[in-house]
Design a protein around this ligand. Structure first.
Ligand code: ADP
Ligand code: MG
Length: 441
């Protein structure tokens, strides 16, 4: 119905044409990437429809399903009544299953933020023209930051564009185990089957390749697979917890292969991105949670998106079990073992600088610069003082953070503040407040 209406609107069909030509059409089957449409009319009608509507239908089907299909028309009288009907969804799902993909990990559900925008752009470019732009694409970053999600997104995208593409996602553990199995069987057939399988792939995604390294036989076989695929312009996408240059037991020749294409990192999400991810997840799961609760989670869980999602899941589960509404009280209670407010935050010069800057409403960059405007000089001395009092950072390093080349300026600035607060109560108060902001406990 949607597809037909789309054609009707797009081509401004009259009621009469619509009812005569389009309304009677039915999808008979979807096979491979072809939609078979039944025309319950005469031969002449079939050729008219074929000439006039096959392109508009093709376009509308692509727009509505997100997949490009070929179209084939058949006459009603030519179909066997007993032929099984299938519809669009299963065909797609089969591909996704074959490629080992999680249906939720798509570009649509991936939130782009400062921490991952480069990796995201690179992934999208590769997904749009596999084998043609960056090969291999090497994604790296810490645990739970979205590497696997991005890899699956690429695979989904490729399959949506061209369902016949051979896409395979494997963990490197799986790859290794399969290889070891083939080697253990000790015969050539097992080995050549293994090779055949991997070398027939158009887009190969291997997750967490850090596990391949250190195993000589897998590196060897992986090297050959890589060369074959790369030579045939097949796309390779790899992920790891660190960049190739830091993978110590990686053979030099593999390292250089990994560095052939593009290396993109994903880092920890900032506050805005954490908020956006929580909002997205909430939306996908069909909840509507108070802003203060979302902010509470985003404020307290910082390093890892998996934990961020885990916290939200736990809260939702708690609310269901206890039949309570989701609010800040419940969040604090449900998440107390994940978020421990007592855990001391590490006090670093960076933390001090950003807190001081925020307090005086100036930018951290100005505070760390060599600028000497009146409105920056005092806050900078405060920062020097606090860095000296609250951290064990060497004075020279403190100077480095605050745009000063030597430690004498730091001593001078810090001394000035410590003398001044003996008599200046207002400043002493300010210092206390900033100290509490830095260290609430
Ligand atoms: P990694 O492979 O880097 O360890 P995953 O890809 O498994 O991390 O991500 C962990 C979880 O966080 C997954 O559920 C994933 O969907 C989610 N996630 C990670 N990054 C994002 C993002 N940018 N937007 C939405 N969800 C994300
Ligand atoms: Mg992963």
């Amino acid at each position: 119905e949607d597809i037909l209406n789309q054609v009707r609107q797009e081509h401004e069909l009259t009621d009469i044409s619509f009812k005569t030509w389009l309304l009677p059409l039915r999808v008979h089957a979807v096979m491979n990437n072809t939609v078979v449409i039944v025309v319950p009319l005469e031969n002449a009608a079939l050729s008219y429809i074929n000439n006039k509507y096959s392109l508009p239908l093709k376009v509308a089907i692509a727009e509505i399903t997100g997949f490009e299909y070929e179209i084939e028309f058949i006459l009603e009288k030519n179909i066997e009544k007993s032929e099984p009907k299938s519809h669009i969804v299963p065909t797609i799902n089969q591909n996704i299953e074959k490629a080992n993909l999680n249906p939720r990990y798509t570009f649509d559900t991936f939130v782009v933020g400062g921490n991952n925008s480069f990796a995201h752009a690179a992934s999208l470019a590769v997904a749009e023209s596999p084998g043609e732009v960056y090969n291999p694409l090497f994604l790296y970053g810490g645990v739970g930051l979205g590497k696997t999600h991005l890899m699956h997104s690429i695979a989904h995208f490729v399959l949506n564009q061209k369902p016949e593409t051979k896409v395979l996602y494997v963990t490197s553990e799986f790859f290794t185990n399969e290889l070891i199995e083939a080697i253990r069987n000790g015969n050539n057939t097992a080995m050549s089957k293994f090779r055949e399988k991997y070398r027939s792939i158009d887009v190969l995604l291997i997750d967490d390749v850090q596990f391949i390294i250190g195993k000589e036989s897998t590196q060897e076989e992986f090297f050959h697979t890589f060369n074959d695929l790369h030579g045939a312009k097949k796309q390779i996408i790899l992920s790891s917890d660190k960049p190739p240059k830091d993978m110590e037991t990686l053979e030099a020749r593999l390292r250089s292969r990994f560095e052939w294409g593009l290396i993109a990192d994903i880092s920890s999400p900032d506050y805005e991105t954490r908020m956006a991810i929580l909002r997205k997840k909430e939306e996908l799961d069909g909840y509507n949670i108070d802003d203060e609760v979302i902010k509470y989670i985003a404020n307290n869980i910082k390093s890892n998106i998996r934990e961020l999602e885990g916290a939200l899941n736990k809260l939702i589960a708690c609310a269901k079990l206890e039949k309570k509404e989701i609010n800040l009280d419940l969040a604090e209670k449900a998440l107390q073992d994940i978020i421990s407010p007592d855990a001391p935050k590490e006090i670093t010069p960076q933390l001090i600088i950003s807190t001081v800057a925020e307090h005086y409403n100036i930018s951290s960059t100005d505070l760390s610069s060599t600028k000497r405007n009146a409105e920056i000089v005092l806050p900078r001395q405060v920062a020097m003082y606090l860095c000296r009092e609250m951290t064990s950072t060497p004075l020279k390093a403190i100077g480095g953070y605050l745009g000063k080349k030597d430690h004498t300026t730091v001593i001078h600035g810090a001394d000035k503040i410590s003398n001044e607060i003996k008599t200046n109560e207002a400043l002493s108060n300010v210092i206390d407040i900033i100290k509490k902001k830095i260290n609430p406990n």
